[in-house]
Structures are given as structure tokens and as C-alpha cells.
Design a protein around this ligand. Structure first.
Ligand code: KIV
Ligand code: ZN
Length: 392
């Protein structure tokens, strides 16, 4: 890694492109614009708004996003062909900070079965696409699709040639989520050394083995300075590197990962919520940072520790990532301490005998169901105290 390499990592958001192209995630142009607003507030550096050759909607989305946010770098995707690059350029014609992102596969398996082209043909097409893109915009990114299954010597040759042709960013995607962290770090380190200060090395990891975030972090440690990622980790198949997880790792573990992004952490959860309201599924409940249970505690020992000092079981303050509050979930694993706290939160201060009795009834109910709701706890308090109670 070059001595002069800064710790600043650029966040390239592809929620509106790679994310949007996955099942259940398509968005209309107005939805993309609303999401883009949130992403801009969130502080992403580059916003990939679509793949203009793919549909008129994608073309319009790139136009609309670049018109609405002239100060933001807006990227449009294009295969390494004349027709794609020209279409991307048209969609960005009025953009103030346009980026054309052109890609072609470089692995043997893609060359043989998908493209049916030789390495030399692919190299020539990559160079021609970058040169053409540079006639329209200054900011050109090249991606070597399936880079992690590409012969590394050939990959290095492609990287150097596209930079020579004018690419400023070279992205080395783990397109099929194949790589593991130390292996990806070695590949990225080699390409970063080969390119030196001539281009930013970027990473784009898919999550087929659940390693997209780990691979992206390992790549940054090896010299990458752009991460391509999505809100809630949406994207092709198992998805892309999750934006909220990777930036939270940098923020929370600055001691180990001294990298800076411009992400405004308080916007993470609202961004996740907005995306969820637009597509057909939300993050799984136990998803880090933005999942429903990310700040929920049910086990009695955890609840007791948490009530004594939050840091016993929480490494992130929920509000720091825009989550309104931690939740103590009352279920069969909960203890007396948490139940007493919930009764107090509901407005009832119980004496010791009352709490014992409420706890006994609570555990026998909790044993038979997934969790106990506030109205059920209020019902128990009423039975025990004989006082008519109402939810506040
Ligand atoms: O996964 C991938 O390789 C891609 C490229 C188009 C960047 O999405
Ligand atoms: Zn991808």
C-alpha cells in the first residue's frame, strides 16, 4: 500500500442499480428519486442511479437524479459496448458530476461460456469503451466483472490498460460472492500496487457466502478506497455488501479500522426504513444495525446487565444509527428486573409481593407464547393489584 494513501473511503451506493435489479426490488422513477433524497442526506459519495440501456425507466432515473442533485456524483452503468456507453452518456448529458461506469467480464468461465471471446478481444473492448466514455465525461469507472475468478496476470494487464485509456476508478467485483477475505485482500493489494496513484481501486462484493462485508473491509485494509454497497444489502441473489454494516464497522472499530467515510450515521435506520417501504421485503429481524431485533434484548441475564449499564450488551448507541430506542422484549427468557422496569414504564410501581405474583403469572403466560405484550402485562397487574388499569 502506498505511504500516501489517505484513510478516506468513498461510498458508492448502488441500491438504485444493483439493488433495484434484484427480485422484488424494482422501483419507479419517483420512488428512485425519493430514495435518492435519503441517500444524499445519508452522505453517499457516488450514487449509481441505473443502467440506462436496460430500460427507459433506468434512463429517466439517471436523468432525474442528476438533475435533482447536481452537486452529487451520479453514475450510469454501461456494458463495454458503443451503444451502452452512448446511452449512458445521453442519460448523463445534463449532469454536473457525471460518471460512466463501464464493465465487461474478464474470467475464463465468462469469456468461454457467456461472451465467447478471447482475452485479447475483451481487453480491446474494455479499452475502447473507456476511451469512448472519456469523450463524454472525465470521470470513468471500469469494472472487471467476475474479477475474483479471473487469471490475476490477465486482470493486472486489463487494469493497467483501462487506466492508460483514461479510467479513474478500477472496480474489481466479487461478482458471485466467491472470494474469502485474505484471498480478496491479496488480489486487491496486488492491483492497488500495480496502479499506484493512477486510479482508485474499488470493491463490489456479493454476499453468496455471507462474506460481502468482511471481504470489503479486507479489501480496504489492502488498499481499496471505494466500496460499492447497498442499503439493507439488497442486490443480485444474496445481495451486495450492506452499506450500514460496513460503515458501522469503521465507525465502531476505529481502533482496528481507522478509515473515514462521509456517512451521517443517524440516517442509516431511516434510509433502511424508507427502502423497506418501497420494495417487497425488509431486512431480516436479526440483521445488524437495521434489523428489528438489532437492539432488542430478551434473555434475563442480558436484560439485567443492560438495565445496570447499557454497554454490557450494546456496542452501538441505537440513536447513533437513527434507531429510536433499544427494546427489552418480554418473553420466557426475561427476568424480574426487566419486568419490574416494564411495569414502571407502564406507570405501575409494585411492592415486592405484587412483583413476585406478577412475575409468576407472566412466566406461565410467556411459556406458552412467543412474547408478552404490554396489554397482557397490564391485565396481569390488574389481576394482582385489583386496580383497574389502562395503557398510558
Ligand atoms: O456484480 C458485478 O460484477 C456488477 C458489475 C456490473 C459491477 O454488478
Ligand atoms: Zn453486482
Amino acid at each position: 500500500m502506498s505511504q500516501a494513501l489517505s484513510n478516506r473511503v468513498y461510498i458508492f451506493d448502488t441500491t438504485l442499480r444493483d439493488g433495484e435489479q434484484s427480485p422484488g426490488c424494482s422501483m419507479t422513477v419517483p420512488e428512485k428519486l425519493r430514495m435518492a433524497h435519503k441517500l444524499v442526506d445519508l452522505g453517499v459519495d457516488i450514487l449509481e442511479a441505473g443502467f440506462p440501456i436496460a430500460s427507459d425507466g433506468d434512463f429517466e432515473a439517471v436523468q432525474a437524479v442528476s438533475a435533482e442533485f447536481p452537486w452529487v456524483q451520479v453514475a450510469a452503468l454501461a456494458r463495454s459496448t458503443k451503444i451502452d456507453v452512448e446511452r449512458a452518456a445521453q442519460s448523463l448529458a445534463k449532469a454536473k458530476r457525471p460518471r460512466i461506469h463501464t464493465f465487461i467480464a474478464t474470467s475464463d468461465i465468462h469469456l468461454k461460456y457467456k461472451l465467447k471471446k478471447s482475452q485479447q478481444q475483451v481487453l480491446d473492448e474494455a479499452v475502447a469503451a473507456v476511451q469512448l466514455a472519456r469523450t463524454f465525461v472525465e470521470d470513468v469507472e471500469f469494472s472487471a466483472e467476475d474479477a475474483t475468478r479471473t487469471d490475476p496476470d490477465y486482470l493486472e494487464q486489463v487494469c493497467k490498460a483501462v487506466v492508460e485509456a483514461g479510467a479513474r476508478t478500477v472496480n474489481l467485483p466479487d461478482t458471485v460472492g466467491w472470494s474469502v477475505p485474505h484471498e480478496y485482500a491479496a488480489l486487491i493489494g496486488r492491483m492497488a500496487r500495480a496502479l499506484g496513484d493512477q486510479a482508485i481501486v474499488s470493491v463490489h462484493c456479493h454476499d453468496d457466502l455471507g462474506l460481502a462485508v468482511a471481504n470489503s473491509i479486507a479489501a480496504v485494509q489492502a488498499g481499496a478506497r471505494q466500496i460499492e454497497c447497498t442499503i439493507n444489502g439488497i442486490g443480485e441473489r444474496a445481495g451486495n455488501c450492506s452499506l450500514e454494516e460496513v460503515v458501522a464497522a469503521f465507525r465502531v472499530r476505529q481502533d482496528q479500522l481507522p478509515f473515514e467515510t462521509r456517512i451521517v450515521m443517524e440516517h442509516l435506520y431511516p434510509s433502511s426504513q424508507l427502502l423497506t417501504s418501497m420494495i417487497s421485503f425488509g431486512p431480516q429481524p436479526n440483521k445488524a444495525i437495521v434489523g428489528e431485533n438489532a437492539f432488542a434484548h430478551e434473555a434475563g441475564i442480558h436484560q439485567d446487565g443492560y438495565l445496570k449499564h447499557k454497554a454490557t450488551y450494546e456496542i452501538i448507541e441505537p440513536r447513533a444509527v437513527g434507531v429510536p430506542e433499544s427494546r427489552l422484549v418480554l418473553g420466557k427468557h426475561s427476568g424480574r428486573h426487566a419486568l419490574n422496569q416494564r411495569c414502571a414504564d407502564l406507570g405501575y410501581k409494585l411492592n415486592r409481593e405484587q412483583l413476585d405474583e406478577v412475575y409468576r403469572k407472566f412466566t406461565s403466560l410467556a411459556d406458552h407464547q412467543k412474547g408478552v405484550r404490554n396489554d397482557e402485562i397490564l391485565g396481569i397487574i390488574q389481576q394482582v393489584t385489583g386496580v383497574a388499569v389502562t395503557a398510558s
